[in-house]
Design a protein around this ligand. Structure first.
Ligand code: MSP
Length: 549
């Protein structure tokens, strides 16, 4: 460590050598996405959760943890049965084809998932039946009567609040109040235990205001027992001892997070290694199921609860929700094919605030591309590479570790920004954390104007010129590591262009401590722009047209 470095701006290191709050004492990190309904193409909203989970996984991997990511598809229920029928396929043929499409999209988005579970797989269905039986034996599930508003043509029950003007929300036709025999899970039994758990585990729900929402909207008014079976359709997992009933979505769906790890199966190595989950990411519409029913199911199974469930907001369009009929749906492929994967991933994570919904607009996409990626990041790399070529024949000068006034301030700022990024990222303030990296990029651009390498060269101030070049390269290296979890290729591209090949200088630990780390690096002869300026009107038009298709 260089002697003048202020101690308080070093990246904090916890006793087990892990860094900051993101450090995980157990050294493992299990992250899940919701399992998606395979009822149509995934738009950027559904892709968001998966990109976030993947980025979280990559971040923990960069920190040297043993990571595991699960995603999949939620394949039972009447809607899926209907979709398959419309497509002239059996439900299983239909869901398998949709799962294949989902995997293709995740491959295109470079999602590093470890497992993809389909709820129609035997490894899942068998265990769900075991869980159901256990709940029956424990008296957590009992037989009763389900009453709801039934739409005969849609063959679907709705609650009073789901109706639109007293009619079916799907087809607009009359509904009838009907009853059927059903099994219920006794939620009331666990409410007090759940509230106590919320209280004692402030990290369980992020952001914290979602906890207040759960308590005020669902628990205080009196939590209803949950209906967990149906007899009105049969595309589902059968209740073992009463097969005219199928297990209804949430008990089936939520348990995927366990069954994928081999819970209650012959080989439960993964379960033993990775459960409880470290992070479960869900959108706000399914918060209730994950923050209330899921922990209660786990309590009933006597299992530890996930460390954190993070609830994110939604991507909206200027005119409200994305919908095919409005012609305002934006698919990830549209953006990836034209602007590249990293720009797409950057935009998704950068544009969704933690406290409210985010808006997707073609204008904001093009603006972020031109300003953040092209002007700020790409130009910084280009200017630096060309100066190192010009002044030092491409050889990155080595640094003696003794900063002058300007450099000291610059180093201090850099460490502070890395800490800020880390803190916010670990609080799931994703957009804000990425802003901290871009603040560092701006500051690094400003450092060029501050040190004026062209004047230093003219005045033959060799040592200062070397230091300026070194600091620019070193900061580009740091920036590359910071963006690596969500912009992997861009990070690698930057490291290649600045000639950093040493693997030890590409991991998270190399952000800590001394500044003088890079030795014998040579930048490439001619910098390659990583993002090229877009023509705003043309591209806005392009995206708008793609949305109408
Ligand atoms: N199958 C259930 C989840 C079961 S998890 C045990 C489901 N599937 S879904 O396909 O409808 O939605 C999956 C996820 O996509 C949810 O987290 C949902 O919030 C998210 N999103 C759907 N539209 C979205 C946006 N417009 N923006 C951000 N996320 C969005 O629910």
């Amino acid at each position: 460590m260089c002697p003048q470095m202020d101690k308080d701006v070093q990246i904090e290191t916890s006793p087990n050598g892990q860094n900051g709050q993101g450090g995980n004492m157990s050294g493992k990190f299990y992250v899940t996405t919701p399992i998606y309904y395979p009822s149509g193409r995934f738009h950027i909203g559904t892709a968001y959760t998966t990109v976030l989970a993947d980025s979280m996984k990559r971040y923990h991997k960069l920190k040297g943890e043993d990571t595991y990511m699960l995603t999949g598809t939620d394949e039972h229920g009447q809607k899926i049965q209907q979709k398959a029928e419309d497509a002239g396929k059996t439900p299983k043929e239909y869901v398998d084809e949709m799962a294949r499409m989902a995997k293709e999209l995740w491959a295109k988005m470079d999602i590093e998932y470890n497992d993809f579970i389909q709820t129609t797989e035997e490894r899942h269905t068998k265990i769900v039946q075991k869980i159901f039986d256990r709940f029956m034996e424990q008296g957590d599930i009992y037989k009763g009567e389900y009453e709801g508003w039934y739409c005969i043509p849609c063959e679907t029950y709705f609650t009073e609040t789901q109706l639109v003007d007293g009619k079916c929300p799907d087809c607009g036709r009359e509904v009838q109040l009907m009853k059927e025999e059903a099994y219920f899970f006794n939620m009331k039994k666990y409410v007090d235990k759940l509230l106590k758990y919320y209280d004692e585990h402030p990290d369980f729900i992020k952001p914290a205001y979602r906890k207040t929402e759960m308590i005020n909207n669902f628990i205080k008014p009196g939590l209803e027992d949950l209906c967990v079976t149906r007899t009105s359709f049969d595309w589902g997992i059968k209740v073992p001892k009463d097969p005219k009933h199928v297990i209804y979505v949430w008990l089936d769906a939520l348990t995927n997070y366990l069954t994928a790890l081999g819970y209650l199966s012959e080989d439960d190595t993964l379960f033993k290694k990775y459960w409880p989950a470290d992070l479960q990411i869900v959108g706000k519409d399914i918060a209730r199921f994950h923050l209330i029913y899921w922990p209660i199911f786990l309590m009933a199974l006597d299992l530890p609860l996930p460390k954190t469930i993070f609830v994110h907001n939604w991507f909206m369009m200027k005119d409200g929700k994305m919908s095919k009929s409005k012609g305002n749906v934006i698919y990830p492929e549209t953006l990836i094919d034209r602007y590249g994967l990293d720009a797409t991933r950057y935009f998704l994570l950068r544009e969704l605030p933690v406290s409210q919904d985010g808006i997707f607009s073609p204008e904001s996409f093009v603006e972020r591309y031109n300003f953040d990626l092209c002007n700020d990041l790409s130009n910084l790399l280009n200017r630096t590479v060309s100066m190192v070529n010009k002044y030092f024949d491409g050889q990155v000068p080595e640094y003696n570790g003794t900063p002058n006034e300007v450099d000291r301030e610059f180093e201090k700022y850099t460490f502070e920004q890395i800490n800020k990024f880390d803190e916010k990222w670990n609080e799931y303030e994703i957009a804000n954390s990425i802003q901290e990296i871009w603040n560092l990029i701006s500051r690094t651009n400003k450092y060029i104007d501050e040190t004026m390498p062209w004047s230093l060269a003219k005045e033959e101030k060799e040592e200062e010129l070397k230091s300026s070049m070194y600091h620019l390269i070193e900061n580009l290296r740091r920036i590359a590591i910071l963006i690596k979890p969500f912009m992997n290729d861009t990070a690698d591209n930057i490291l290649r262009q600045i000639g950093v090949n040493d693997e030890n200088l590409k991991n998270w630990d190399s952000l800590k401590g001394e500044y003088a780390k890079i030795k014998k690096a040579k930048v490439i002869e001619k910098g390659e722009p990583i993002f090229m300026r877009l023509k705003p009107e043309e591209e806005v038009e392009y995206i708008k047209n793609a949305m109408k298709k």
